[in-house]
Unconditional design. Sequence first.
Length: 95
Amino acid sequence: MHAPDDDATGTAGAYAQAATAFRGGQYGAAYGRFMHLADQGHLPSARIALTMHDAGPELFGADWYASTGQIRHWSGLVAQGDRGRGPSRDEDFAE
């Protein structure tokens, strides 16, 4: 699984757990983990948390909560990260 090189803080392991929960259909648990990582500045998690938040009712049958401050923070991370990379985001879920 691809994740940034920040294993010292446990981020890679937490991201792997969130991705495993997501793939297992445990969307609430996954969202909570992605939220926590996004709040800490983890770009791939911010992308996923924003997507889950925005498309929650349509894709997951749930209205995921996030504060205005969280949405602003995550959106800023994504915008900043997108300036330095191409349009593909497939590596966020690559194994």
